[in-house]
Design a protein around this ligand. Structure first.
Ligand code: SF4
Length: 381
């Protein structure tokens, strides 16, 4: 319920929730399917545009409900086809959504929180603290906005966004109910019809919620590992002090084995020069992941001002990949995309600032990025 308007926002309701809503207002449950199609297939936010719904019901809906996505603050398109939206959520903060086309695939990276409380040492979002959880409408609203930007014909929509990763700002498992509801809408044929294998939740390791997730949904799971031993991970990903690697990997293994069907865990590993990119770290990773069906995604660090970290050399990245490869792992190195619009991994900034301060920050970021090559901590990938 929107506290200002007193209306229910239908955008964030799953099919069963929408059916319950219609029942509650004395209408037939099948109306839920009709309205979901209008909202998610056709991007409609005006009840009067729903031509297969009679006038009386449309008036009733207008009095009690609304379809309200987050406010679009900006939309940028990179020369490589990457798109980035900055949207404002109800708390007043801004979050970012990024679309990355690659081959026949279009991946949307979605945010779950404004800011983040977990304070990973290399993360620009974590540096800004926690502001608010996004509502289910604000999470699915990012998919809704991106979809609409590609047109409103369902077939075309299907081609544009083929994969969603809950890998934007925030720790999705700390906004559990809203993220689960949004992912259910992503997978529903009346929503976006994306396969469960192509919706991925990425966590830094909130162990109890990994087990909870397995009870309610079967999306793919990614683990932001970033370090192959507890000592280093305690420093880089502080939640590791509460849930160390042994219990974390056991929880991931439980989740993956419940999925069956040869599903694997995705390991995300940000490579930081001289910190976690050495051959001994690769060797420790091999040992750590020996019994876990997984694929490994190496992410060369994208420096941001005052991060204190640097991107490894290309040789160091290749060496690290080779060691894992030779041990039989499926390893990819994430190529940097959308750099010209600050959409690369780790570059999502400014979400907990108000618009004025955010603009100042962007100017500051761009000025620092314009400094000569070799400036410590500012090497570009
Ligand atoms: S890496 Fe993820 S969990 Fe860690 S601070 Fe950043 S957004 Fe939060």
């Amino acid at each position: 319920m929107n506290e200002t308007t007193g209306k229910v926002n239908l955008l964030g309701l799953t099919q069963p929730q929408l059916e319950a809503f219609f029942e509650q207002i004395g209408e037939k449950r099948f109306r839920a399917g009709q309205v979901m199609k209008w909202i998610h297939h056709f991007g409609v936010d005006d009840f009067d545009a729903m031509t297969n719904i009679g006038k009386a019901l449309r008036e009733k809906l207008k009095a009690r409900a609304e379809i309200r996505g987050p406010e679009i603050v900006s939309e940028d398109i990179s020369s490589d086809g990457t798109r980035k939206w900055v949207v404002r959520v109800a708390s007043g903060s801004c979050v970012e959504t990024v679309y990355i086309p690659q081959g026949g695939r279009g991946t949307l990276c979605v945010s779950s929180q404004a800011g983040c409380a977990l304070d990973c040492s290399f993360c620009s979002t974590g540096k800004q603290g926690f502001n608010s959880n996004l509502t289910a409408a604000e999470v699915i609203g990012q998919v809704w906005i991106a979809n609409k930007s590609f047109g409103t014909v369902p077939a075309k929509i299907d081609r544009a966004i083929t994969n969603v990763v809950m890998m934007g700002m925030g720790e999705p498992l700390l906004n559990f109910d809203n993220v689960v509801a949004a992912m259910q809408i992503m997978m529903d044929d009346l929503g976006y019809g994306i396969s469960k294998r192509k919706v991925t939740l990425s966590t830094s390791g909130v162990v109890p919620m990994i087990d909870e997730l397995a009870k309610v949904i079967d999306v793919s799971l990614a683990l932001s590992l970033h370090a192959p031993n507890d000592e280093l991970r305690n420093e880089l990903v502080p939640i590791n002090r509460k849930y160390p690697l042994e219990v974390l990997l056991a929880a991931c293994q439980r989740y993956i084995s419940r999925l069956g069907e040869k599903r694997v865990l995705t390991i995300e590993y940000t490579l930081l020069r001289g910190v976690n990119d050495q051959p001994e770290h690769a060797a420790q990773m091999i040992e750590l992941l020996a019994d876990i069906p997984c694929k490994i995604n190496l992410i060369p660090f994208n420096p941001f001002p005052h991060s204190g970290y640097e991107r490894p050399s290309n040789n160091a990245i290749r060496r690290f990949q080779d060691i894992l490869h030779k041990a039989g792992h499926n390893v990819t190195v994430r190529t940097t995309r959308g750099e010209d619009i600050d959409a690369a991994c780790g570059q999502l900034v400014g979400q907990v600032l108000d618009r004025t301060r955010r603009s100042e920050r962007y100017i500051a970021v761009r000025q620092l990025q314009a400094e000569p090559a070799g400036t410590p901590g500012l090497e570009r990938s």
